[in-house]
Write a protein that binds this ligand. Structure first.
Ligand code: SF4
Length: 428
């Protein structure tokens, strides 16, 4: 097993430290509420309607955040081994199941928070063949219940979904798919009210949805600036925390204020001509989840080759995927936000259509795609996206590596493979 050798990333924006400090305080408060005070809480996938839990003031642990948290603490190795020792296949996927691995390892000495206490509910959309098994078995191991949400097929194959998603969401995401998720969300609300004694307030959801539009509007402005400005004012090492930490708390006063602050800081850097790297020569696109065990990877070639990762899915996704004309139908608008959240990021033709458009918009010179070997969903659209980008004139490198499992990751070797690829493409 490789010794963990993830490297920290450099943070250029003052608001980044504020976001990570806020999330740390939030995690400590969440731990106090659920571990010490025994408040009811939910564990849910990133592509589920968090707005329901927020509108009911039910604390939420997002599975992908928990998995990245474990990975950033360089704990994935022993937990993956614990899964294998428990009889799970070595090539089982990791991103969604690292939380389960932590629970099965049952080692409070090393586990964050001493391990998760029993949640009221686990919630996930059935977006791949594995998820019901991961969440079903995790629910039994934790002594709680799994509430699955369907992921019905999306028959409208519009590679330019992002041009119409804000206003024409019913047409883009299909009325039947939206109606199904609204019905499931109503079922979920009834169950949560029964289990927690908390009441769902539709007016609170309406307010949340309005605030989320404001928040994501600021992030969409930043995305436009990143596409147009030379040099790029903010690399993905700053983009990810400043986008995703508010995303976990979307619509809260803090999240809206932080998105505005982030926008203002980026705008000031653009006005001053400040770049993420001193000598930006190559604009790179990172496709896939973050490499949570080695955030320093993205900046490793800035100095040597002037190669800057200016694009990753998290920030530019905010505008087309989250902003919705509500028109007095907050539940339907919310369902349209959630019902294709994974599809547009991982499945053709929606994934490649958007990424080719983004590569053109941001003046991308080359792309690097993360292809996690054991992760079915995340690799689904990678080959067609690679083909589409190459056809559009963007050279692509596929990296066989996992976003949370560091066992087969070697920082220097991965950086060298990107450098060789750029030289091989005649770009460096
Ligand atoms: S294949 Fe991917 S999406 Fe499915 S459970 Fe595994 S990690 Fe999650």
């Amino acid at each position: 097993m490789n010794q963990p050798q993830g490297q920290r990333s450099r943070k250029d924006l003052a608001c980044t430290a504020a976001a990570t400090a806020w999330q740390k305080a939030f995690a400590a408060d969440l731990q106090r509420r659920v571990v010490v005070q025994g408040e009811p809480f939910v564990v849910a996938q990133a592509d589920t309607p968090h707005e329901i839990f927020h509108a009911m003031d039910i604390p939420l642990v997002t599975n992908q955040w928990w998995s990245a948290y474990i990975s950033a603490k360089q704990l994935s190795g022993p937990y993956v081994d614990a899964m294998t020792d428990a009889g799970y296949p070595e090539n089982g996927c990791k991103y969604c199941s690292l939380g389960l691995a932590c629970t099965l390892a049952n080692d409070p000495r090393t586990a964050p928070w001493g391990g998760l206490p029993t949640p009221t509910l686990l919630v996930a959309r059935l977006t791949c063949d594995c998820i019901q098994h991961v969440f079903g078995q995790w629910a039994s191991a934790l002594g709680t219940e799994f509430f699955p949400l369907e992921a019905p097929a999306w028959t409208r194959r519009d590679p330019e979904w992002f041009l119409r998603s804000n206003e024409h969401w019913e047409e883009v995401y299909e009325p039947e798919r939206i109606a199904l998720l609204v019905a499931e969300m109503r079922e979920l609300i009834t169950l949560l009210e029964r289990r927690t004694g908390r009441r769902f307030d539709p007016a609170r959801l309406q307010l949340l949805m309005e605030r989320i539009n404001e928040q994501e509007g600021y992030i969409a402005e930043i995305s436009r600036m990143i596409g147009e400005a030379r040099p790029c004012p903010v690399s993905i090492a700053d983009q990810m925390p400043n986008t995703m930490i508010p995303q976990w708390h979307r619509g809260s006063e803090w999240a809206v204020a932080h998105a505005r602050r982030f926008r203002d800081e980026v705008a000031a850097r653009v006005a001053a001509g400040v770049g993420a790297a001193a000598n930006e020569r190559l604009r790179l696109m990172w496709i896939g989840a973050g490499v949570w065990h080695d955030p320093g990877f993205y900046q490793a070639l800035e100095e040597r080759l002037g190669a800057v990762f200016v694009w990753s899915m998290y920030l530019p996704f905010a505008g087309p995927q989250y902003i919705r004309a509500i028109r007095g139908r907050p539940m339907d608008a919310l369902a349209s936000r959630i019902c294709s959240m994974n599809e547009v990021l991982h499945l053709p033709p929606w994934m490649n259509g958007w990424m080719v458009s983004e590569a053109r918009r941001c003046g991308i010179d080359a792309a690097v795609i993360l292809v996690p070997p054991d992760n079915r969903l995340s690799q689904s659209g990678t080959k067609l996206t690679r083909l589409a980008l190459e056809t559009a004139g963007v050279p692509v490198l596929a990296l066989d590596a996992d976003m949370v499992d560091a066992q087969n990751w070697n920082h220097d070797a991965m950086v060298a493979s990107v450098a060789d690829f750029l030289r091989g493409a005649g770009l460096a």
